[in-house]
Structure formats: structure tokens, C-alpha cells
Design a protein around this ligand. Structure first.
Ligand SMILES: *Cc1c(COP(=O)(O)O)cnc(C)c1O
Length: 318
């Protein structure tokens, strides 16, 4: 398996014209392995580290909707590394969890409250049995995950230089906040000023924001500067609805509209929720005549669940 990504990922203009803004999209979903996305960009850095450290098995955490779990299980199998996925019991199968099974990952179910203990017990047992496990936090959280989105931020800056376009806003789906932390670090390192707006798909403030600020400080302290930087993160928790994985009719219609008008698949758990949230945010905050970049963070297998939901929606409205 060729773990070298062909970067930068493409940026292209959209037809979308809400409030006379000009919209662009960066296609993190168009990477060459396992349906791409932000979890792949992070995973590549983790797998480089796995090789460097000589680890011989991989342990991570992910729900049944997790794109991270799918990618880690896929890359582990292809690289002949045993893979253990800790999964909470409380969700239905998705195409992601079906693939995690297909990739022969060892799936360990756990109550939400016992996840931490389950992970620690497993790591201890593996070490006792003579293995060298490599642990990846859920969603690829941590400094390496942050690094992945510093890299993506630099790609955006390079695009701006060659195209003479400046993006006033970057919008995206924010979950563990690692993607957002990386973009903020990128902006600090490049000393530029723009609005980096994470649309939360699950977490609420103040926790959601705090985790991002902590990640930014952790990364900057480790690699760049020792003094604590005054970090601000715009983590918008107004569009979560009933939490992770919940959706409404407007989100499904957004997924449909973006597919039909732009030819770009989104999903209601991540990118579709964020795209809908972005438009609501633009309307609420009266944003006009700006250049706006939407970061497509991947999650393509989940789109197909929304396709079925859309069909049912059409049926129920005659
Ligand atoms: C995990 C995920 C996100 C959120 O990324 P974080 O770095 O965890 O904030 C957004 N979009 C998709 C498709 C994801 O799988």
C-alpha cells in the first residue's frame, strides 16, 4: 500500500452564492486511500510514526459511525498489523462499521463509561503478551493529528498565493477539534488573520472550545514557542440538534441540493450538518461579499445512508 498522499487536495469553486459570497471547497474526500477525508490525512502521520517506533499492533477508539475507525482498520490490515477497535455499544451499524468488520479488526465493545479502562486493560495485556502496541486516540486526536491540519492550512496558503484569492472564512465540521486546532495553529504560524469557524457536530461549549485551545497550546509549546499563546477558537455549537448523528429535514435537503447543484456528496453526521450550519451562520451573522472556503472533511460512506433517508423523505411528502 502506497501511504504517500498526493497533495495538495484540490480546491474548486462552487455554484453556491448565498448573500453574494463566493464559495470554494477543499476536497479532503478526494484522497487515494479508503475514501479519504481528514482521518486519512491524520492516519498517514500516525502510520509513519508506527513504522518509526517499530510498533506491531494498533489500538484505537471509534463509534460505529467513525470514519477514523474505518481508515485505521483498513491501513492496519493492508500493512499486516493486528488492529483493535474499542467501540461503544450504543449505536447502529453503518457502512463504516461494516467495513471495520470486513478489515478483520478485533472489535471490543464497551460501555461508554468504561472505555478508558477497557483501553488501558487491553494495552496492558498486549504488552504483557510481548507486543508493542501503538495507541491512537479516537478521531486521531493529538499533536500528530494537529500537525496534519497545519499541513492542510499551508496548502490553503499556497493556493491563495498562486490564485490571488484570499479566503475570509474557513468553515468545516468540528468533532474532536483536532482539525480545527491544526488550522488555528497554521494561522498562528503563518501570522495571518481570518475567520476559522468550526461547526460542532456533537460537543457543546465551553468544553468543545476548551479542548481545541488545549490542543493548540500543546502543539505550539511542543514544536514552536514556549510561551502560552492567547488562543481564541470559534467553535459554534448552535447546530448540533440532538447531538452526534442527529439530523433534520433541512440537513437532508442540503445534502441533496449540494449533490445536485455541485456534484459533491455530503453526509448528515459531519459535512452535511456543517454545510447547513455554515449557511445558517452566514444568514444569522449577515456575512456578505466574502470569499468562503468549505473544507470537505470526508466521510463518504455515510452519504449512502442519507441517500436512503432522502428517498424515504420524498415518499413521505408524496
Ligand atoms: C471526524 C470527522 C470530522 C471532525 O474532525 P475533528 O478533527 O475530529 O474535529 C469532520 N468530518 C468528518 C467527515 C469526520 O470524519
Amino acid at each position: 500500500m502506497d501511504l504517500k498522499l498526493e497533495l495538495p487536495t484540490p480546491i474548486h469553486k462552487l455554484n453556491e452564492s448565498l448573500n453574494d459570497n463566493v464559495f470554494y471547497i477543499k476536497r479532503e474526500d478526494l484522497m487515494h486511500l479508503s475514501f479519504g477525508g481528514n482521518k486519512l490525512r491524520k492516519a498517514i502521520l500516525f502510520f509513519e510514526d508506527i513504522v518509526k517506533k517499530g510498533a506491531d499492533c494498533v489500538v484505537t477508539y471509534g463509534s460505529k459511525s467513525s470514519n477514523h475507525a474505518r481508515i485505521i482498520a483498513n491501513l492496519s490490515f493492508a500493512n499486516r498489523l493486528p488492529c483493535y477497535i474499542i467501540t461503544p455499544l450504543n449505536r447502529n451499524d453503518t457502512y463504516n462499521s461494516v467495513m471495520v468488520n470486513l478489515f478483520n479488526a478485533d472489535i471490543i465493545y464497551s460501555q461508554i463509561t468504561e472505555v478508558k479502562d477497557t483501553i488501558n486493560d487491553l494495552l496492558m495485556q498486549l504488552k504483557k503478551d510481548g507486543f508493542h502496541p501503538y495507541f491512537i486516540q479516537g478521531g486521531g486526536h493529538g499533536d500528530l493529528g494537529t500537525q496534519a491540519y497545519v499541513n492542510a492550512y499551508n496548502e490553503i496558503c499556497n493556493y491563495e498565493k498562486t490564485s490571488a484569492i484570499f479566503f475570509d472564512y474557513i468553515f468545516f465540521a468540528s468533532g474532536t477539534g483536532t482539525t480545527q486546532a491544526g488550522l488555528i495553529c497554521g494561522s498562528i504560524i503563518n501570522t495571518d488573520q481570518r475567520n476559522i469557524i468550526g461547526i460542532s457536530v456533537a460537543r457543546k461549549n465551553p468544553d468543545g472550545k476548551k479542548i481545541i485551545v488545549d490542543s493548540v497550546n500543546s502543539f505550539l509549546n511542543k514544536y514552536y514557542m514556549k510561551n502560552n499563546y492567547q488562543v481564541n477558537a470559534t467553535f459554534v455549537d448552535d447546530y448540533i440538534l440532538d447531538g452526534y448523528g442527529s439530523y433534520n429535514k433541512e440537513i437532508l435537503i442540503t445534502v441533496k441540493d449540494v449533490l445536485m447543484n455541485e456534484g459533491v456528496p455530503l453526509d448528515s453526521t459531519y459535512t452535511g450538518k456543517a454545510y447547513w450550519g455554515m449557511k445558517e451562520y452566514i444568514k444569522t451573522n449577515n456575512i456578505y461579499n466574502k470569499n468562503i472556503l468549505f473544507l470537505h472533511t470526508g466521510g463518504l460512506p455515510l452519504f449512502f445512508h442519507d441517500l436512503i433517508r432522502l428517498k424515504n423523505l420524498e415518499n413521505s411528502y408524496g
